[in-house]
Design a protein around this ligand. Structure first.
Ligand code: ZN
Ligand code: ZN
Ligand code: ZN
Length: 297
């Protein structure tokens, strides 16, 4: 039974949804000064400089992309967390991944940053009505305009988790799969963007959702029956992405974390070596997991 009314409207502020940023707009954009200046004939544009960093504070950045709870599947006893500048405080941090986030970063063929936008999942009363972060990207008309100016460039999509593939929800759906597949949405989009603008799509995946769960680790038989089909669907979606000539799918690297921190986080501090090292261990697990999916069917 649903606890909240399902509707076509955003209910993210209702308490049922979980927001990282308030107000909770689902598309927040940044245009880069160089790109804006080029379009206005070299004028002195201030756009970009006036916009708050897209990923916000250290704590918001952690909730959005960096954070991972302890995980037996990855062999992690402790949370991976950057909420506190001090590495020793991480285990005590009241922090968690709250909302699925996609950060799209567009570069032109000269590697110049042209456009970036942050998209977040929108809760609408039940999981089958959720508007996923990837859906907002596909609907973003400003990104479309930026793509037209970035011929032969690259669009990088940093995701909290891999795109879903009939793998969402918390109920056993009585023999039918969850309708939603962002894997299909992203593959269609990548094909169109490449044909239309010559721009290629690269996905950087910060963590894995459900695909790495093992049947033996479920607490009850009921959980196993509910989640095991979702795990297999999630694995299938990952294989589609990993094998597709339309997209590249990779785990994160230390370089990616440093880039996101420098460019999109509101902080004068730098990322500590300990935080980066802890995160790199998780990224290696994600990389190895992707490789294992390709090795077996
Ligand atoms: Zn955290
Ligand atoms: Zn919403
Ligand atoms: Zn999705």
């Amino acid at each position: 039974m649903l606890l909240f009314m399902s509707s076509e409207k955003c209910q993210c502020a209702s308490g049922a949804g979980k927001q990282i940023w308030t107000p909770g707009e689902h598309i927040v954009r940044r245009t880069f000064a160089a790109a804006a200046a080029a379009e206005s004939g070299g004028g002195n544009s201030e756009s970009g400089a006036l916009v708050a960093p897209l990923l916000g504070s250290r704590a918001q950045f952690c909730s959005a992309l960096f954070h991972a709870p302890p995980s037996p599947e990855w062999g992690n006893d402790e949370a991976v967390c950057v909420r506190h500048a001090s590495f020793t405080l991480r285990a005590k941090a009241d922090c968690r991944s709250k909302q699925v986030v996609a950060l799209a970063v567009l570069r032109d063929s000269g590697r110049t940053l042209r456009y970036a936008a942050r998209y977040t999942n929108c809760w609408r009363g039940d999981t089958e009505r959720t508007v996923h972060a990837e859906d907002w990207m596909v609907r973003d008309g400003e990104l479309e305009r930026a793509l037209a100016t970035a011929q032969d460039g690259e669009l990088t999509l940093y995701l909290s988790y891999q795109p879903c593939h009939h793998s969402g929800g918390h109920h056993a759906l009585r023999g039918r799969a969850h309708a939603k597949s962002c894997t299909r949405v992203v593959l269609d989009y990548a094909g169109r963007v490449r044909r239309t603008y010559g721009v290629s799509l690269l996905i950087r995946c910060c963590n894995v959702y459900r695909a790495h769960w093992r049947d033996s680790m479920h607490a009850s038989e009921r959980d196993r029956l509910t989640y095991s089909p979702k795990t297999r669907a999630a694995q299938q979606g990952l294989r589609l992405l990993l094998r597709s000539p339309l997209v590249e799918l990779h785990s994160m690297t230390a370089r990616d974390w440093q880039f996101l921190w420098r460019e999109f986080v509101d902080s004068n501090e730098s990322l500590s070596d300990e935080h980066v090292a802890q995160r790199e261990a998780l990224d290696r697990s994600v990389r190895a997991f992707f490789a294992s999916l390709l090795a077996c069917d």
